[in-house]
Design a protein around this ligand. Structure first.
Ligand SMILES: *[C@@H]1O[C@H](CO)[C@@H](O)[C@H](O)[C@H]1NC(C)=O
Ligand SMILES: *[C@@H]1O[C@H](CO)[C@@H](O)[C@H](O)[C@H]1NC(C)=O
Ligand SMILES: *[C@@H]1O[C@H](CO)[C@@H](O)[C@H](O)[C@H]1NC(C)=O
Length: 471
């Protein structure tokens, strides 16, 4: 029999309040400062791992998660090292983190692809999620609140280091396969996790940098991992065409993403063999310095250090304006456009959304991607956010995203394609019911830090340094 909803809600709220009170008196004992990925043997795959199937669990451990201030703590958290595949098809190892709420739905999980947007392993989510790792910035903190929203909704959430062992920002195929093998690995770990089925239902979600991983996982799943029981994909602010994204952020407030993207595309696990010799020829000392900086710093540090940087400046590379016409660069960027190849069309329903005035990731390309997927037979709901900026839209869209995830698990998304426009630019604290009100209130604070349409962030990148206190 079903309990009346208000009774269940009241009981839940009372229970959570009790747990918060109880656990704040006895916080989880951290096991010391976590080791950086470069020094942590957990990330080293065991000998012979190349012979294992993609998605094989190579190592696992329990961790103390560092940030779930609005949940009954401590949350159960595991990390897996799993076998995945580099851009050139060779075996590599990736890590993922699994968060299990107190009373999870046991036949499903959400794979959340956080936007770490950097090409340094110290920014790996599997490192920053651990208790004792350095505090995160405003956007990462906001994404942790989104993860909490999924957890409170009863979903197990897994969050892979989809950039792989080199931390490679932007290469689509590597990231897509990293996501899909993380899903396989979690499925393979089902007994320890208490999943009730060997075919768990899965929804993948991500925004911005996380939507590169999500969109490419959606594109590659039918060929790379057709056995997965994918129920849907949620992707917002999708950089579906890297060339036009680079052009939009070039010489702007957000140009600090450029060295990180170039670093990501030239890693050994991505297009290093094709691009590294060229880079060695054309980079100036200043260009080399920017790449070295990107290989050792996270997103906000890059943005603060390299505003108004132009990819075409002879200060950083000797080819100047002709750079994107160089054949190997052109070929690599050409392979990283979503919706171009018909055999890279998602077969599970997609919810894609984008701010019309997005200053970081071009709206038109995402809209074109949605159209091309639709023309190739996909089910795509595309929502245009008429007001708001890149960062604010991720937050304002949370209720739509969560509602789509629920509908996707229930098999109740509409088939075919639809488009709509959303006029709202703020968040109703009760949009997702009383259990989620504390999360939404916290996100409303983030929105006020970002300003209308990201205006505070555009005028002063230091706003990104603010973390959202969870106490
Ligand atoms: C990707 O963006 C570039 C630069 O704006 C553009 O020239 C190209 O046509 C775009 N490709 C597709 C497939 O939309
Ligand atoms: C293929 O990828 C592996 C794994 O990252 C790398 O070590 C190797 O150098 C790459 N080979 C080529 C030819 O790109
Ligand atoms: C970047 O360029 C803009 C427009 O030219 C200028 O207003 C701004 O001050 C520059 N920012 C920095 C940090 O140099």
């Amino acid at each position: 029999m079903a309990w009346p909803v208000p009774v269940v809600r009241l009981a839940l709220v009372a229970f959570m309040a009790l747990m918060v009170a109880f656990t704040s008196a006895a916080p989880a004992e951290p096991r010391g400062i976590p080791q950086k990925p470069a020094d942590d043997p957990f990330y080293q795959p065991p000998e012979g791992f190349q012979n294992e199937a993609p998605g094989t669990v190579l190592r696992n451990r329990k961790i103390v998660a560092g940030f779930f201030g609005l949940l009954p703590n401590p949350i159960e958290a595991h990390q897996l090292l799993y076998r995945t595949t580099s851009t050139n098809g060779s075996a590599i190892a990736g890590a993922t983190t699994i968060f299990k709420p107190w009373f999870p739905k046991k036949d499903r999980f959400v794979s959340f692809h956080t936007a770490y947007d950097s090409s340094a392993t110290i920014c790996n989510p599997s490192y920053t999620y651990q208790w004792g790792a350095p505090p995160t910035d405003l956007i990462s903190s906001a994404e942790m609140l989104l993860i909490e929203a999924y957890l409170i909704s009863g979903y197990i959430v897994v969050s892979p280091d989809y950039e792989g062992p080199d931390a490679a920002f932007t290469p689509g195929h590597l990231e897509g396969m990293g996501v899909l093998d993380n899903m396989r690995a979690v499925t393979n770990f089902r007994e320890k996790l208490g999943l009730s089925t060997d075919k768990p239902m899965i929804v993948g979600a991500g925004y911005s940098g996380g939507a590169i991983a999500t969109g490419w996982a959606a594109s590659l799943q039918p060929s790379y991992a057709p056995e997965l029981n994918i129920k849907g994909w949620v992707q917002g602010g999708t950089p579906s065409n890297l060339t036009s994204t680079l052009l939009l952020i070039d010489d702007s407030t957000f140009s600090g993403f450029i060295p990180a993207a170039v670093a990501g595309l030239t890693m050994p696990s991505t297009y290093g063999a094709e691009l590294q010799p060229l880079m060695e020829r054309i980079l100036t000392d200043k260009g080399r310095e920017a790449l070295d900086f990107a290989r050792s710093h996270c997103a906000v540090a890059n943005l603060l250090k390299y505003p108004n940087l132009s990819l075409f400046s002879k200060d950083i590379q000797t080819m100047g304006e002709g750079l994107l016409e160089e054949p190997s660069i052109k070929s690599v960027l050409g392979k990283n456009i979503m919706g171009v190849n018909k055999d890279e069309t998602p077969t599970a329903p997609v919810f894609a959304y984008h701010a019309k005035q997005d200053d970081i990731v071009p709206y038109d390309d995402a809209s074109r991607m949605a159209k091309s997927w639709c023309d190739n037979g996909a089910d795509v709901k595309f929502t245009t956010f008429a007001h708001g900026g890149h960062a604010t839209t991720e937050i304002v869209a949370l209720p739509d995203a969560l509602n789509f995830v629920k509908a996707a698990f229930d098999g109740k998304t509409e088939s075919g394609c639809s488009r709509n426009t959303e006029l709202k630019s703020d968040l109703d604290p009760l949009a997702l019911g009383v259990e989620l009100e504390p999360i939404l209130n916290r996100l409303i604070k983030v929105l006020s830090n970002l300003g209308k349409g990201d205006e505070n962030m555009k005028n002063n990148l230091n706003v990104l340094d603010k973390t959202v206190s969870t106490s």
